[in-house]
Design a protein around this ligand. Structure first.
Ligand code: HEM
Length: 494
């Protein structure tokens, strides 16, 4: 190395150590008073905490530091700070925090929880490639067919609309992933797996999150019930993911496989024509269920309750749909550009209650931002709900107004909330293209086929719609009923 090279290496190192030493001296961001032992645990809100976190900004500003369950926590309530951290410093914040129960329940190879490493990046790229607009040519018609068949099922037993929607989501994902139909026992297992994942992620639910030492004690030790629960959850997760993968492998080898992400990629891997390894495909396949079904289900439920509560919006949407289809067919993906009002409704549903109100990330090393120190491994919680309810970005943020998004893409129209709700930077949702397509088809076909109305009271009047949301990691409306009234005797053609 030349003297000049050595000098520049030395200067870079000196600058980096100076910046690191300086950042260690910086204060932590402001936050509520902490107790010596329990930090901020006692004041942590449990009911839709994102709302309380947003309110705390009035006192502490957009960055709020907390200490709870043995870890540093930073709440980020502001869009510009989120973009600074997740996009400008994307590599530093590309990691998820460590949940002790993720590994114990067998989810460690899931794209959403893996460290940002080579295998994660390749598995992401594989999934993104299979879901992108070009690949949509192969799965788009399947999605259209599945959506229309959902409408038929809903017409046959509208009171079971939730079960029909869950089956529809499971059925499409199974066809997309493995190229085959789903059976009822698989759907039931899938639902169980989703419940386990949500429970494993619940903050403050597990003592092992605060005292990781517990993870090393044997299963028979008193107080280790959580390990037995996790073992059971892991066994079911393996049954749900490894078994179908093995079956797909056999069908590729004996030449009976249908078209699907796993069989297609596997046969390329086996023939040496793929740039991916089998372990990356395993990760991509095992991640889809949790990532796709719970989020899309929450979004569709949110749409249903909001449209039921806003009959004027529903009527306008129906007029737009019939002006395009002339009531002779179901809407298709190719109708999307001709239905801007449907798009505006979907944007507003995303904004009104983001499916994942908080996105967790963790810096790989201590960082400094706006004069504050953000310690390495801090749980940084990006509060998406606060951003989609920021009155500086969205006027009257607590009102459901699809018109704020029109004309689409115009400089005076509201910012597309999907720029927030699908995440940011290196971990942005790789399924967003599929999600957008599926939500559009569901919304347009449902509105074309049914009038969505509140249930009737004993006196024959309609019940008032009460809109409340769960506090889970994936947030959805609390259980509700609705009436789906077919707009015509012939559901498919009407
Ligand atoms: C309404 C539907 C959906 C919403 C709102 C949504 C939202 C999100 C968000 C907020 C993240 C975290 C992004 C970040 O950390 O910046 C994420 C990650 C992810 N999503 Fe989605 N998602 C949806 C549907 C889907 C679908 C349909 C799939 C797959 C078929 C999918 C696959 C994934 C995966 C694998 C990750 C983990 C990415 C990573 O950590 O690198 N999502 N999604």
């Amino acid at each position: 190395m030349s003297t000049l090279g050595l000098c520049s290496c030395f200067c870079t190192l000196a600058l980096a150590s100076w910046a690191f030493a300086r950042s260690r001296r910086l204060p932590l961001p402001p936050g509520p008073q902490r107790k010596f032992w329990s930090g901020n645990e006692e004041i942590l809100p449990w009911d839709q905490p994102w709302k309380e976190f947003a309110a705390w900004s009035k006192t502490f500003g957009p960055l709020i530091y907390l200490y709870a369950f043995g870890r540093d926590i930073l709440i980020v309530n502001e869009a510009s700070a989120t973009i600074d951290l997740l996009e400008t410093k994307s590599a530093l914040y590309a990691r998820r925090p460590t949940w002790s129960m993720v590994a114990l329940t067998g989810r460690k190879d899931n794209i959403a929880f893996m460290d940002y490493n080579e295998r994660q990046r390749k598995a992401r790229a594989l999934l993104q490639g299979a879901l992108n607009p070009r690949a949509q040519k192969s799965w788009g018609p399947v999605l259209e067919e599945e959506t229309t068949s959902l409408m038929l099922q809903m017409a046959q037993s509208p009171e079971s609309f939730k079960q029909h929607i869950r089956r529809y989501l499971g059925s499409f994902i199974t066809r997309f992933t493995y190229g085959r139909k789903v059976d009822d026992s698989e759907l039931k297992l899938g639902d169980e797996i989703s419940v386990h994942t949500q429970q494993a992620l619940r903050p403050g639910r597990w003592l092992a999150d605060t005292v990781p030492l517990l993870l090393y004690l044997p299963d028979w030790f008193p107080g280790m019930a959580f390990k037995r629960w996790a073992r059971d959850a892991r066994t079911k997760f393996i049954e749900y993911t490894a078994q179908p993968f093995r079956e797909a492998r056999s069908s590729v080898l004996d030449g009976t496989a249908n078209q699907g992400m796993v069989p297609d990629t596997l046969s390329d891997i086996i023939s040496g024509a793929s740039k991916y390894k089998e372990e990356e495909l395993v990760s991509a396949a095992a991640s889809i269920h949790t990532a796709a079904i719970e989020t899309t289900y929450a979004m569709l439920m949110n749409f249903l309750i909001l449209i039921m509560a806003h009959q004027d919006v529903q009527e306008k949407a129906f007029q737009e749909i019939t002006s395009v289809t002339e009531s002779t067919r179901q809407p298709l993906l190719s109708d999307m550009p001709a239905m801007p009002y449907i798009d505006a409704i979907i944007r507003e549903v995303h904004r009104f209650n983001p499916v994942t109100p908080v996105i967790p990330r963790s810096p790989v090393q201590t960082d400094s931002y706006k004069g504050y120190r953000i310690p390495q491994d801090t749980w940084v919680m990006f509060n998406i709900w606060a951003m989609t309810h920021d009155a500086n970005i969205y006027q009257d943020p607590h009102k459901f107004i699809p018109e704020r998004h029109l004309p689409l893409g115009h400089e005076n129209s509201a910012k597309d909330p999907r720029d927030f709700t699908f995440g940011f930077g290196k971990r942005i949702c790789p399924g967003l293209n599929l999600a957008n397509a599926q939500i559009f088809l569901f919304v347009s076909q449902l509105l074309a086929t049914f009038e969505i109305r509140p249930p009737l009271k004993d006196d024959g009047n309609e019940e008032e719609v009460v809109i409340e949301y769960s506090s889970s990691f994936v947030s959805l409306p609390l259980p509700f009923k609705c009436r789906l009234i077919p707009r015509s005797a012939n559901v498919i053609l009407y």
